[in-house]
Each structure stands twice: as C-alpha cells, then as structure tokens.
Design a binder for this molecule. Structure first.
Ligand SMILES: Nc1nc2c(ncn2[C@@H]2O[C@H](COP(=O)(O)OP(=O)(O)OP(=O)(O)O)[C@@H](O)[C@H]2O)c(=O)[nH]1
Ligand SMILES: [Mg+2]
Length: 587
C-alpha cells in the first residue's frame, strides 16, 4: 500500500506538455463534430449571463478541456505540490469537476479540467428564460452539499465555494470545481491578476476572513442556498454585505411565495433556518456539511435528482404532446370531412351559400367537385379533361322567374331558391346523377358523368326529371299560397367533354354541343313539361320497354342555332314496370 502511495506520488502522467494543448479553433479541421457544438453551447450560455467570461478552452488529445491559467513567473514542483496532486487524483465523486492534469513549466502554469458545456450555476440562475422549479433547486442544492461533504469527509477545504465554481453538467447535475491543490492555486488566478474579480465573487467569503476552513465553506454554501432559492445574484442587486443580505433575502424568498406555484418554496421556514445556521457569525456554530446534507434530504419533499426530474418532465411533455397530437388529428379529420363535403357539394349550408351567391349573378363562386375528382386532386394526381361518349344532360328553369322575383325582396328570393333547391338536391341524391350547377333559377344535372353507367343515364335522368316535376307541382312558394311553381325541363343525350377548370375555385364543368342542345330543349319546352330530344328518347328505350314511359311525340320543331329537331314530351311512367320507382308515375 505504502509502495503504491509512493508510486502515485512520483507518477508524472498528469503533467501535460503545454505545447500539446491546441487552441479550439485549430481543431476545426480535426473533424471533432461534437467540439463545435460544445463551443457553440458555451457561447450561448455565456451570453445568457452578465458574467460573460467562460473558461479558457484548449484541446488536448482531441478532447476539449477547461484551462485555468495561474500567473507566476517561476514555479517549483515541490513534494507538497505532488502530495496535493496525488490527493486530487484520488478523488472521485459525481458532483465534483474532474481534474485532468496540469502544465507545470513557468510561465505556463495551467490546470486542465473536464469542460462542462452548460456553464456555471450563476449563468443558469440568471437566465430568466430557463424555468427552475423547486424540485430542480433542491436537486442543485443537494448536488453541491454532496460534493462538499465528500471533500470535507477527507478534510479537504474548498476555499472558493461560490456559484461560479458550481458547473452544470450535461445531466443538469452540479459539479463543484476549483478545489484542492492549494499550493498550485495559491498562485494568482487570471481574475485576481486582472482585477476582474467582481463583488459578486466576494459575498461568499465568510466574515472571519479565513476562507480555507471547513466552516468557511459552510458559510459559502449558505450564500449559495440563498442564491438558488431567490435566483438573485446578491452582489448584482447591491445587497453585497452580510447585514443587508441577512435582512433582505427572506423578503426575496417571500416575494416568490406570491408568484406561480413552481416558484413557491415548499418549506420557506425550514430553508430560512438552515441558511441562518450556515451564516452564523461564529464558525463553530455552523453545522457541518454531512449534517446539512441530511437536513436537506429531510426537507426535500421531491426526493428526485436532476435526471429523474428531466425524465418526469419529458414523460409529462410527451403525454401532453400525445394529447395534443390526438386533438390535432381529430381537428384534421373534421376539417378533411368538411373539405370533402364542400368539394363534393353535399353540404346544405354550402348549397345555401352557392344559391345566395348565384342569385346575385356571381355564378363562378360555386366550388364543388365530384368525389372521385376531388380525391384525385387531393392526392395530386393529374387532372386531365375526359371525353364521355354518351351521357344525358338535364336543364330546368322556373317559368316567369323574373316576374315572380319582382314580387319578392332580394332576401325572400334567396330563401325561396334555397328552399326549392334544397328540396331538389334531396331528390337527386336518390338517383345516379351528378348536379353540375345552379345558375340563378336554372338547375343543371348530368348522368353518365363523371361515372360512366352504360346507357342507363337516360333512364336515371328521366326518373329524376319526373320526380322533380312532381315535387315542383306541390312546392309551396313562401308567402304566395295561391301561386304555383312552374318549371320547364329539357333533356338531351350525347357526348361531352368534362374537366376541372380554375385554380382558386376549381369547378367541374361539362363542355360540348350536348350541353347547349339540352339547354335548348329546356328553353323550347313548356311549363310543367319534360321536353326531350330524339337521342334521349332512343337511349331511354334501349334500357326499358316501349310502354314503360308515357312519351308523346311533339314532332319537328325549329331549334335556335340547330334547325329542325324531332322532339318528345315525357308525360310519365307507367305502373308495374320492373323499375322500382314510384314518384312521378302516371296511371
Ligand atoms: N462552461 C464552463 N464554464 C466553466 C468551466 N470551468 C470554469 N468555468 C467558468 O469560467 C469562468 C472562469 O473560471 P475561473 O478562472 O475558474 O474563475 P472563477 O471560477 O470565476 O473564479 P475562481 O475559480 O475562484 O478563480 C467562470 O465563470 C467559471 O464558472 C467549465 O468546465 N465549463
Ligand atoms: Mg472557478
């Protein structure tokens, strides 16, 4: 054992050649990825605090370290220094900063320690945007007293215990730094030499003047507790002498008690008593570190260290996040459904709006698409115009609408059209048809587009037309009980081209002569009648028997822009057809 001790005493593996330490900037080409990150983090922390000075950094064997430069023109590596170095090399505690080695050739006397990237506790406490709840405050206080009682258990006095020497590691644990090796440290530090030592560095000093003693460290610890509890840099706030500190700090703590729940100390009285005992004027009246550690553990209702706290916090956040994600997903689904309804033209509210808008001659505002077309658009599939060999187009119009609407106010017209077309929309839902649009009092429907249905489109449209006509006969015009609604219906069958037009309000439109002819069938028709072209009649008969529908030939009529056309009246549908369809039938 003795032999081992001797070997460690003379072992010089801790001595570092100053020229082997490189400035961090020269390391950029070394591809130490974490290095830049660490340096960046340290900059962030420095800027958070008024104490902008971080440690001098150096890279040794590709690792980044904190350098503490001691200024002396000459230095002798005495046996005492070796004994102290052996002592510090034997120390190991999770709350103590790690000693790495030292350069001992004057004028470059440097102590190298592990670099803790999160800065010192002063920075952390002063950064008001970092929320520090009482569980964290207890954790910090507990870490420091654990490190200190470990040192004291080995009769090692710290001598400079202050929040600048309490470093925050990656796990938010505190590492007490700059302890031991007093013969080395007795050399002036940079801050001492440059007169940078701020008043805040002095508040920690015990009133007896003697700093290298165990009770002096306890006094310093009392000051740290005040700083942690109040997050107040005592000297900065001009309460830099002991008498004012003792008068003021409880007020500061009490002020926090009025703040948010997180800011409130769970045991202000007990914390006050602990601090007072640490700050006792008579050093021998101060408790020792081991006792404080025990007291603090008793006082701490949370019993969690920083890692546990972080885990608990993360768990809480991830739960909150899950709830938020679930809520957002629900909103998203609801929104998608709403969009679908709008796009598919199934929303009654939307219909109302469209009708309102169309009534004021703004026909381009209708924003509806067939479901599969909307789905294609949503999935980003290209939308090309499509040609349909055959389909049947329906047009209807209210006879004398202009005269009728002259008897109403604008709002009454809107209410009337909305009532009528809501009713029509419900009826057309029962047929395999697609409503293309309503333009003022005109109503346009197609079958066979966008879903092809062979030759069934004429039957579908004929049945629907009979239904709509039937409905219109019983329809009550609001506020006009004696007035009946006269509609004129026109049908034509033929090819169309269909596609989406527009970007802002995309609409599914039909193009081609079939549309114009269907419109002409309507305009050349008569009130209460369904007027159809020869093409529609032929297509109708392809799907049913001659007698299923009651058709009356109108003969040839001269259709504007088309010349003579043979047309038909669809009067009704006979009973007992195999088509399960009742309204609109005639006996
Ligand atoms: N981020 C970070 N800061 C450090 C580290 N070591 C020291 N510092 C900070 O660097 C600054 C200068 O450190 P020191 O030269 O030890 O000076 P000091 O701690 O203010 O005073 P003494 O230790 O009493 O000389 C202080 O703000 C320290 O808190 C470290 O490993 N990481
Ligand atoms: Mg220090």
């Amino acid at each position: 054992m003795r032999h081992m001790n001797n070997r460690l005493l003379w072992d010089e593996s801790w001595i570092i050649n100053y020229s082997d330490i490189l400035p961090p900037t020269e390391q950029l080409d070394m591809n130490v990825s974490s290095l830049n990150l660490i340096v960046a983090t340290s900059k962030n922390y420095a800027s958070l605090s008024s104490n902008k000075a971080g440690p001098e950094l150096g890279v040794y064997k590709k690792e980044l370290y904190a350098m503490k430069r001691l200024h002396k023109p000459s230095f002798k590596l005495t046996k005492q220094v070796r004994i102290e170095v052996r002592q510090i090399r034997r120390l190991y505690h999770p709350n103590l900063a790690l000693f790495v080695g030292a350069c001992v050739k004057a004028p470059n006397i440097v102590i190298l320690s592990r670099y803790y990237s999160k800065g010192n506790l002063a920075n952390t406490l002063q950064a008001k945007d970092i929320p520090i709840s009482w569980p964290f405050k207890f954790s910090f206080a507990n870490d420091i007293i654990s490190g200190l009682s470990y040192l004291h258990a080995q009769e090692i006095q710290h001598g400079r215990l202050k929040i600048q020497n309490c470093l925050v590691d990656d796990r938010w644990s505190i590492r007490v730094s700059d302890f031991a090796i007093p013969s080395l440290r007795s050399l002036n530090t940079a801050s001492d030499v440059n007169g940078l030592s701020h008043k805040s560095c002095e508040v920690w000093k015990a009133p007896e003047g003697e700093t290298l003693s165990l009770p002096a460290d306890v006094f310093s610890y009392g000051i740290i507790i005040i700083q942690i509890a109040t997050r107040c840099d005592l000297a900065m706030d001009e309460i830099d002498n002991l008498a004012t500190i003792q008068m003021e700090w409880k007020n500061l703590l009490m002020r926090n008690q009025l703040g948010s729940v997180e800011d409130r100390c769970p045991c202000p009285g007990a914390i006050g008593a602990l601090v007072e005992s640490c700050l006792a004027m008579e050093p021998s009246n101060r408790p020792n570190a081991a006792v404080i550690k025990k007291q603090l553990r008793k006082l701490n209702p949370y019993k969690l260290n920083a890692v546990d706290l972080m885990m608990a916090m993360m768990e809480k956040y991830s739960k909150t996040l899950e709830v938020m994600v679930a809520e957002r997903t629900k909103d998203l689904i609801a929104e998608k459904q709403r969009t679908d309804e709008l796009l598919h033209g199934l929303s009654i509210i939307n219909n109302t709006l469209v009708d309102i808008v169309s009534n004021v001659d703004c026909i381009s505002c209708e924003a509806m698409l067939p479901k599969q077309v909307a789905d294609d658009l949503r999935m980003g599939r290209p939308m090309n115009a499509d040609t349909f060999e055959t389909c049947t187009v329906y047009f209807s119009d209210i006879v004398g609408f202009t005269v009728l609407s002259g008897k109403f106010s604008a709002m009454e017209v809107v209410v009337f059209l909305n009532k009528l077309y809501s009713c029509f929309d419900t009826i057309i839902d029962k047929h395999d048809v697609y409503k293309v649009e309503t333009i003022g009092d005109a109503y346009m429907v197609v079958s066979g587009v966008p879903i092809r249905n062979g030759n069934k489109h004429a039957v579908n449209i004929a049945n629907m037309a009979l239904d709509l006509l039937h409905e219109s006969k019983t329809f009550k015009i609001p506020n006009m009980p004696n007035e009946s609604l006269k509609i004129r219906i026109g049908l034509h069958t033929g090819p169309v081209c269909a596609g989406v037009v527009g970007i802002k309000m995309p609409r599914y439109c039909l193009f081609g002569d079939t549309v114009n002819t269907a419109s002409r069938m309507e305009s050349h028709g008569e009130a209460y009648k369904i007027h159809m072209s020869d093409e529609t009649k032929n297509c109708l008969l392809m799907e049913c028997n001659e007698n299923d529908y009651h058709l009356i030939e109108r003969g040839f009529i001269d259709v504007k822009g088309k010349g003579p056309m043979r047309t038909w009246w669809l009067e009704g549908k006979r009973k007992n057809t195999n088509i399960t369809y009742l309204p609109g039938q005639i006996s």
